[in-house]
Design a protein around this ligand. Structure first.
Ligand code: ADP
Ligand code: MG
Length: 289
């Protein structure tokens, strides 16, 4: 590949809204046959909103929301932002938090209003009425998290995210290029499969309930099967997987950590541009040969 032709490729990339780290990046896209898509913030908007609040028998919904919202106020996670905003709207001023602790891919803990509070996927056995509320929310494609304090689960919060309007078309574009799209997420399997179905990815190509540190293992496992893997992501959680993939594509709307780890940035956060990037680099390389 001559440097001049590759520079033309990068210039065209900028016009399409693709920032390329260096001309050599285009080389690695040629072999790519599998595209791993992060769910939250990549396939979906990541702008979640609080939908429902359930309290266990004997608990007050407003109190469940108030303590959860206070804690989530300190977290930047999309689930956390939905809960904190919803709590401010519905439950008013939120109490202060001490000893805040973020548990990546699982939730948050801290001391609020004299209680040891936890929000996320941090509670094991749920009372039957909460387990039912959670199943119901997940069947509807919502992310459900539990709220508990002083060692007991006391409520469930359901948040909804929307699939980006462009995601289904992007999946079709990727398939048209002969690539296999797969969905990767830390979220619950039922929710993940609902999002996958909405964009045209079958349940066999869904990796759900994957902890942040294990996302990179999914990329390695696919590489171990002889596949050349592109990864598209936006979160801090995706950085290691973006760096390990043969080609890392970061959403420009995402975190700095993801953008630093990626080889390419999709400036507008439009997933269809992932297909454009791969098409562009193939064409650039064909022209050079
Ligand atoms: P994704 O892979 O979809 O970007 P994450 O790995 O960041 O998702 O999170 C996985 C799951 O962990 C979330 O769906 C949620 O259930 C839980 N979780 C993570 N962070 C939080 C938080 N701050 N509050 C509540 N739940 C959380
Ligand atoms: Mg994400």
């Amino acid at each position: 590949a001559t440097p001049t032709a590759l520079m033309v490729g990068t210039g065209r990339g900028a016009q399409l809204g693709i920032l390329i780290k260096g001309p050599e990046v285009l080389e690695s896209t040629r072999r790519v046959d599998t595209v791993v898509l992060d769910k939250t913030g990549t396939v979906t908007t990541g702008r979640m909103t609080l939908q429902e609040v359930y309290a266990a028998d004997g608990e007050d919904e407003k109190e469940v929301l108030r303590l959860a919202g206070a804690l989530e106020h300190a977290s930047e996670h999309p689930v956390a932002r939905a809960i904190a905003t919803g709590a401010e709207e519905r439950a008013g001023t939120l109490p202060a938090v001490e000893h805040f602790q973020n548990v990546p891919g699982r939730g948050v803990r801290g001391r609020v209003a004299g209680h040891e509070v936890a929000v996320g996927r941090l509670h094991g056995d749920l009372p039957e009425e909460l387990a039912r509320a959670r199943r119901e929310a997940e069947r509807n494609g919502r992310t459900a998290v539990t709220v508990g304090w002083d060692g007991q689960a006391r409520g469930v919060l359901a948040v909804a995210d929307a699939v980006k309007e462009t995601s289904a078309e992007a999946v079709r574009d990727l398939r048209a290029l002969g690539l296999t799209p797969v969905l990767l997420t830390g979220d619950n399997r039922t929710v993940a499969e609902a999002v996958a179905r909405a964009v045209g990815i079958g349940p066999g190509d869904v990796y759900a309930e994957v902890l942040p540190e294990d996302k990179v293992e999914v990329v390695r496992r696919l590489q171990g099967e002889g596949r050349a893997v592109a990864m598209v992501g936006d979160g801090v959680n995706d950085a290691a997987a973006l760096a390990t993939a043969d080609l890392g594509l970061a959403m420009g709307t995402g975190t700095d950590a993801a953008i630093e780890a990626g080889d390419l940035t999709l400036v507008r956060g439009d997933l269809r541009v992932a297909a454009d990037a791969i098409r562009l680099s193939r064409r650039t390389l064909t022209t050079i040969k």
